[in-house]
Design a protein around this ligand. Structure first.
Ligand code: TYM
Length: 332
């Protein structure tokens, strides 16, 4: 059976983009594949995290997985640092990947910004750890939002170079699964920027912990233009904010953007925004309340992570043992 791996960073402010671009798809895929879903705490550390906050954010992402409908019995849910194989394989990949490849990574450039000299080495090597996450399970499908595409191309390059260098057919070809109508959800304040956990404005995103009032206020205040919605999607081309809201509606309602415009084309945002707010609340409120219920019992969440980690190790350790033998590292 094909194996799925994906990860979410526990850096707080889990948002609608994470849900529509990734977590919701995790749920849909779990009946078709063997699925491994990871809370990537080692990735989060590449930028400063308050230790207590890192722990609570790790539990929060885990709770969001469970509340969204991932079944911890059929899928594996765990946090990355509990399975040492990730860090071990990442070191081997640090020695396979080339500096030139990492220099091209746009996410590093965006995150490091003008402070490049001051960025952690971990932030720079981040994509190698991500390749290790996936390949330590020999996973071949990776559901992600569009922003992770370049990292997955690097994962393929690393796998291929490893296979070539050592003359083996060991690692599979990794395929990104970028699914749905909202693979790149944009900021509610600026249609040219993606919705992100690190945006300074809380108004730019809808989070899993927003109340119904907050969701509706954020949507009401979302930036738009003064025109009515167009009759078909060609009319959304130069209207990024409108395109974003229609895309979010489509993804939440399980329609295409064209179908949404069949209902709302010709109508103004005064009609559309309340309908979108109602829909977002209908879909997100049950998840938020289930998350709150789960977070009241951190012991249960930690037990889910411990069980998942044990099952993850049972897959990863034998694969890592083969890798160390291939590269010539002696083990007793
Ligand atoms: P992270 O934690 O930033 O985001 C988690 C998932 O949410 C998707 N996403 C979005 N989708 C649509 N619109 C948006 N605005 C949006 N923002 C985020 C991301 O594409 C991602 O799927 N590097 C990864 C974590 C990771 C990983 C992995 C993923 C580590 N190892 C191995 C897959 C496989 C990240 O930072 O995701």
């Amino acid at each position: 059976m094909d194996r799925i791996f994906s990860g979410v960073q526990p850096t707080g402010n889990l948002h609608l983009g994470n849900y529509l671009g990734a977590i919701r798809n995790f749920v849909d895929l779990q009946n078709k594949y063997e699925c491994i879903y990871c809370v990537v705490d080692l990735h989060a550390m590449t930028v400063w995290q308050e230790p207590k906050k890192l722990a609570s954010n790790t539990r929060e992402v885990t709770a969001s997985f469970l509340a969204a409908g991932i079944n911890p019995e059929s899928s594996i849910i765990f946090n990355q640092s509990q399975v040492l194989a990730h860090a071990q394989l990442a070191w081997i990949f640090n020695c396979v990947a080339r500096l030139g490849w990492l220099n091209r990574m746009t996410q590093f450039k965006e995150k490091a910004g003008k402070q490049r000299e001051n960025a952690s080495v971990g932030l720079y090597a981040y994509p190698n750890l991500m390749a290790a996450d996936i390949l330590t399970y020999k996973a071949n499908h990776v559901p992600v939002g569009e922003d992770q595409k370049q990292h997955l191309e690097l994962t393929r390059d690393i796998a291929q170079k490893f296979n070539n260098d050592f003359g083996v057919e060991f690692f599979p070809e990794v395929e990104p699964l970028i699914i749905g109508e909202a693979t790149r959800v944009m900021s509610l304040r600026d249609g040219s920027k993606k919705m992100s956990k690190s945006d300074l404005s809380d108004q730019s995103r809808i989070t899993f912990t927003d109340t119904e009032d907050e969701i509706s206020r954020k949507i009401r205040r979302a930036k738009t233009d003064p025109e009515a919605l167009p009759m078909d999607i060609s009319g959304l081309k130069s209207r990024p904010e409108a395109a974003n809201l229609v895309g979010i509606f489509a993804a939440l309602s399980g329609q295409t953007s064209s179908e949404v415009l069949k209902d709302f084309g010709g109508r103004g945002f005064g009609d559309f925004k309340p309908a979108l707010a109602d829909l977002a609340i209908e879909k997100l409120a049950p998840i938020s309340s289930e998350m709150r219920r789960l977070l009241a019992d951190p012991g249960h969440i930690d037990a889910v992570l411990a069980d998942g980690a044990e099952r993850a190790r049972a897959i990863a350790d034998p694969i890592l043992a083969e890798i160390t033998e291939i590269v010539g590292l002696v083990s007793a």
